[in-house]
Ligand binder design. Structure first.
Ligand SMILES: [Mg+2]
Length: 267
């Protein structure tokens, strides 16, 4: 019953995807709520596990997950920032390299509870005592992209999703150990309904830091450090990651990412 409701939700969601560039969790919750009004627990699974917030979602913020370690302040301002940096010291191997923060969902992979016949990975995740299978699709060319990025940059995975989902997915995705550090939801700042990746907390020079993310809300504190990427769900012809490689090749040699990005953005 639950699964058939979920399937119905995703069928509706596929139609929404034609209209929107990103899955809207609030829409999922609304649809699930409509189709199974007597099962409020099931709604939480979606919002608890993944994070795919768009800037537009700010107007309808979901409540923070129970295990969010940085809850919003009562007055809605930014939660307190810990004094220690999120990243460890730079290793000798990465000395002098620019740090790139890379998002997971809809940037490198797309995951869902809907069974997918061609899933690259199926990851069991326990939620509220029940094990659910999460079906993961890799974005086309992600392996080649990550391999090259690992040669050019100090790469950091930074996702607003929960570690119990994102960590095993990254184990499967990043076979070569490109990501020096993995940061999950608890490392985000919950700000006005969004999980924001605050680059100033990384412990790296900001003019030597980039963020690659499909969600502008994720880098709302540092838009000038961002390399935007189109959200990906299931288009097997997608070449976005390949087309970004020449951009990152150029950025890898920048003395100052702000100047180089400005140059690249210029018409
Ligand atoms: Mg994302």
């Amino acid at each position: 019953m639950f699964l058939s409701n979920i399937s119905a939700v995703f069928l509706k969601l596929n139609a929404l995807r034609v209209l929107f560039s990103c899955m809207i969790l609030t829409s999922v919750e609304i649809l699930v709520n409509k189709s199974s009004p007597k099962k409020p627990r099931s709604r939480n699974i979606f919002k608890a596990l993944f994070c795919c917030l768009r800037a537009q979602d700010v107007s309808q913020p979901p409540p923070p997950a129970q295990d969010t370690l940085l809850p919003p302040e009562d007055n809605g301002t930014i939660a307190k920032v810990p004094e220690t940096s999120l990243l460890p010291e730079v290793t000798p191997e990465d000395e002098g390299k620019i740090c790139v923060v890379i998002d997971l969902d809809e940037t490198l992979v797309h995951s869902s509870f809907k069974p997918i016949s061609n899933a690259d990975f199926i990851v069991p995740v326990e939620i509220e005592g029940t094990t659910h299978q999460v079906f993961v699709l890799k974005r086309p060319h992600v392996d080649e992209f990550l391999q090259r990025m690992g040669e050019l940059f100090e790469c950091v995975l930074f996702t607003a999703s929960l570690a119990k989902y994102a960590d095993p997915v990254t184990d499967l995705l990043d076979q070569c150990g490109v990501f020096r550090t993995r940061l999950f939801r608890e490392s985000c700042v919950f700000h006005q309904g969004c999980y924001v990746k605050d680059l100033s907390r990384l412990g790296r020079q900001l003019n030597k830091t980039l963020i690659l993310d499909n969600s502008p809300a994720s880098y709302i504190f540092h838009p000038e450090n961002a390399v935007p990427v189109v959200s990906w769900f299931d288009d097997l012809e997608d070449t976005e990651l390949l087309s970004l490689l020449p951009v990152f090749e150029e950025l890898s040699e920048a003395e100052d990412v702000y100047a180089k990005l400005q140059q690249l953005r210029a018409p």
